[in-house]
Design a protein around this ligand. Sequence first.
Ligand SMILES: Cc1cc2nc3c(=O)[nH]c(=O)nc-3n(C[C@H](O)[C@H](O)[C@H](O)COP(=O)(O)OP(=O)(O)OC[C@H]3O[C@@H](n4cnc5c(N)ncnc54)[C@H](O)[C@@H]3O)c2cc1C
Length: 440
Amino acid sequence: MSRVIVVGGGLAGLATAYFLGQRAEVTVLEAAPRAGGKLLTEARDGFLLEGGPDAFVTYKPAALELCRELGLELLETLPARPRSLVLDRGRLTPVPEGLMGVIPSRWLPMAMTPLLSWTGKLRMLADLWLPARRESSEESLAEFLRRRLGGEIVERLADPLLAGIYGAPADCLSSRCLFPRLLALEEKHRSLIVGVLRQPARARGPEMLGLRSGMSGLAEALQSRVNGRLKVRQRVEQVLPGQVRVGGEWIQADSVVLATPAPESARLLGPGALSEQLTGIAYQKVATVALGFHRRQVIHPLDSHGFVVPTRQAGLISACTWSSSKFPGRVPASCVLLRAYVRNPQESDEELAGAVVQELRPLLKLIGEPLLTRVFRWENPVYRVGHGELVSELDRQAPPGLFLTGSAYRGVGVPDVIEQARSTAERVRGFPASLDKLPG
Ligand SMILES: Cc1cc2nc3c(=O)[nH]c(=O)nc-3n(C[C@H](O)[C@H](O)[C@H](O)COP(=O)(O)OP(=O)(O)OC[C@H]3O[C@@H](n4cnc5c(N)ncnc54)[C@H](O)[C@@H]3O)c2cc1C
């Protein structure tokens, strides 16, 4: 049986080990005292806090399928109309209904929205007759959307919605890696609006789902299937094809899967072309700040799921989810839970939480101080223009028996990471099991 070492016990590493199943002798080595990485749920004083992801999309089926397979209890989001707001010139304004991603699919809400001027709305309609682009060079997401739909919709709607998810202004995000479906719409239908209207109706059902247990439940379920093959507090020190060093000792394997963040993978592999490519993947520090309040301390009705902030707008917060309005059963009676996102946090936890409260105070009419604060800090990959070429190059550079997987490469969301783990497991299974076929 083939021996496989998976370095990193986040979602990518655990899911790869799970998909490898019993057909390989797998060991997962995780540096932290717990597995799960960014899947982190904490119960505190009756509040259920999500430190990293709190939900996943269902139109990419990998996460939904895996959660069902693992028997996890899915949690639908609470109804809210409008579902999201955008901070526009100091006011929380509804995101118009009927957006498919960021492309309008309904006329009336777009015509009525105060987010766009009449000029901006007319410019958006130019998408109906503008020709398709012929050049093959990659555009940033903002360039692509600006060319088709105009600048206003990018600055006031697309940029805040996308930057909230992908962690950087739409001006530097890769259109090819993050929105290949939009590029395909232009290629096939020329107009994005026509393309969206011609899409077959999506299967009925919720667009986003969380887990009753919180997202840690997914890590725990995978961990229990991986059985005794997960070892925590095992920081890998170096990786060569066919072997890894941990606690000063080398362990041999037929295949090594690196499911660590790209900068850590580069460090583990040491100097060389592969590491150089890996360090080309940008990462950004982010923090989520959970704030619990008594309901009476928040004058705002909190009748949406939260709001996003355009990147050009100076401020600390890039988005804020009203977790208790999004999911049922996450707070004690008569309390609410907010979760703010901050990019590049510089402050200490206490200063950061204080500054976030000050920024939210006038918007939500907050009275007094929160009952609970908790700051979670992470580093997240940012897919810049050219990311696709970088990843193809990594594939070419990787020596036989060494596999890279995780959110750094082919999609940042939970379903993307699971899908990559499934395909990594398939590639590992297809790799010759004999040690003497490996270099080194
Ligand atoms: C704040 C935030 C909110 C998010 N929200 C959503 C959302 O709502 N929906 C969604 O779909 N996605 C969301 N995501 C994205 C999603 O959570 C991640 O893409 C996914 O969890 C990444 O999994 P991973 O295994 O690739 O990386 P990680 O979770 O970072 O796992 C890497 C693991 O490697 C370990 N490690 C590092 N170095 C070593 C070493 N030397 N030896 C051994 N182990 C090592 C780490 O300890 C860690 O456990 C969010 C991400 C963040 C940060």
